[in-house]
Design a protein around this ligand. Structure first.
Ligand code: SAH
Ligand code: SF4
Ligand code: F3S
Length: 462
């Protein structure tokens, strides 16, 4: 379903941004972004609005006059950290006349709001995932009245278009194509924090990507909780969108995350195979390799159907690579179930496995399921899975040594400013020596060694 906020409402927000300018121009802001790429993309939108108001970004939160916590609650550890950070800010708030905003998925959880109302008076504004576009209005009201503003909606917000965005990357840009999730996997909080699926209109998505191409971006990451259930109306689905994006001149690399195995149609596989710009690495979340556990998780595929899907994709797309997410220690997971997970990992030979220890989330179906797995069993299984995944990644990486890869140069290496960092078409990070002028270009690199999380290489001359 497509639901877009009316232009009138967006115009109103531009008016608020204008009205605030005099009061805040030149002040500094800092955004602390937790969680997934969707949150990162939301932060780019919040950044865009703040920049439009005249705020300047700072990388030091102690210098900021306005701080936004864009939070995540997918697992427990993220939550504790945020409350720790809020505590730290209490002491410097007065010094900078600081405004503290709390946003993101945690703010959609009623128990979090209660806790902030009661014990964290330093928080000035709370807004949720559905009303980000109203941030200018909330900030205006805060500056005007000095009241605390709590504005969290318990409904599925509409998608907004046309507000400013300040992007983090110079070559690669994220484009959210849909919000929300209808799947209710038993362990997952996202359907509660992001509401039901709403797709952006194809016209708005394509227009945004055309603009990005004009601005010099050549890589696009399409984002959604379940991208292959994208519904652009009148039978226009994810496969059509991929084909139309492929036609846009200047966009050389298109990635997407995450697809759901249950919705991976032949049409989508064909589109990936046909379109040159679409990256031949597919993130295909497994979660568990056991059909019993998958049923309890409400994933709506089995070990067998998942493996069949992988075979089908491999048959149509030669050299395709897979990455995945796996949860270890879901309630009821037995040693045999876990052996099935290891078995799938061995069979698929993923390029990369993102592993998570199951974390109970309030209000989800799994919270009240029987047979929760003891912590020590979870960590022991996690260790075994990690050892296997690392061994297989190493074996996969070894295959790259001596080959020449097309690498999109992304920037300086984070750990060594004298080196450059880029990614292969299969999403492998490659570190190499080179001139900074290469940033943004796709070049040929000969791979010389592997280091599990990255490859090293040297530029092929000529
Ligand atoms: N929509 C995406 C997942 C987004 S959350 C998908 O369906 O693949 C990212 C990952 O976090 C999930 O794939 C899952 O592996 C992990 N995850 C989600 N809830 C979790 C929980 N309660 N405990 C541990 N890991 C979890
Ligand atoms: Fe969570 Fe499942 Fe939706 Fe992914 S598909 S966001 S794991 S409920
Ligand atoms: Fe976290 Fe919300 Fe993303 S819970 S993983 S920030 S959708």
């Amino acid at each position: 379903m497509i639901k877009t906020v009316e232009n009138k409402e967006i115009e109103k927000q531009y008016e608020y941004m204008e009205k605030i300018k005099d009061k805040v121009s030149g002040l500094k802001y800092y955004i602390n972004t937790m969680g997934c790429k969707l949150n990162e993309n939301d932060s780019e939108k919040i950044s865009g609005m703040l920049t439009q108001m005249g705020y300047i970004e700072t990388t030091k939160f102690e210098d900021a006059n306005l701080v936004v916590f864009n939070t995540c609650c997918i697992r427990e550890n993220a939550e504790e950290k945020v409350f720790g950070n809020l505590g730290e800010l209490k002491n410097i708030k007065a010094k900078n006349n600081m405004i503290i905003c709390f946003a993101g998925c945690m703010s959609q959880e009623p128990h979090v709001i209660e806790k902030i109302k009661k014990s964290y008076s330093q928080v000035d504004i709370i807004f949720g995932t559905h009303n980000i576009y109203k941030f200018p209005e909330m900030l205006y009201n805060k500056l005007d009245s000095q009241r605390r503003i709590f504005d969290v909606w318990n409904i599925d917000g509409e998608i907004f278009e046309g507000l400013p965005i300040k992007r983090n990357g110079e070559t690669s840009a994220s484009v959210t194509i849909m919000n929300g999730c209808n799947n209710f996997c038993a362990y997952c909080i996202v359907p509660y924090t992001r509401g039901r699926e709403r797709s952006r209109s194809p016209r708005d998505i394509l227009r945004e990507i055309e603009e990005l191409a004009k601005e010099g971006y050549n890589e696009i990451m399409l984002l959604g909780q379940n991208v292959n259930s994208y519904n652009g109306g009148e039978g226009y689905g994810f496969a059509n969108l991929l084909r139309d994006i492929d036609k846009i001149e200047g966009i050389n690399i298109v990635r997407f995350m995450s697809p759901h195995p249950k919705d991976f149609t032949d049409n989508v596989i064909d589109a990936i195979a046909e379109c040159n710009s679409i990256c031949k690495v597919i993130h295909l979340p497994l979660q568990s390799g056991s059909s019993n556990v998958l049923k309890l998780m409400n994933r709506r595929y089995t070990k067998e159907s998942y493996l069949e899907l992988v075979d089908k994709i491999r048959a149509k797309i030669p050299n395709v690579a897979f990455t995945t997410d796996i949860i270890v220690g879901f309630p009821g997971e037995t040693e045999e179930d876990f052996a099935d997970t290891l078995d799938v990992v061995k069979k698929v030979k993923y390029e990369q496995v993102f592993m998570f220890i199951y974390s109970v989330r309030k209000g989800t179906k799994a919270e009240t399921m029987p047979n929760h797995v003891p912590e020590e069993v979870k960590s022991e299984r996690f260790g075994r899975l990690k050892a296997l995944a690392d061994k297989l990644t190493e074996e996969e990486n070894m295959k790259y040594i001596g080959t020449i890869q097309d690498v999109l140069v992304e920037g300086e290496s984070k750990n060594n400013k004298d080196m450059l960092s880029g990614r292969t078409r299969t999403n492998k990070v490659v570190i190499f020596e080179g001139d900074k002028e290469l940033i943004g270009k796709e070049i040929k690199i000969k791979i010389t060694s592997q280091h599990i999380w990255f490859l090293r290489g040297s530029i092929v001359k000529g």
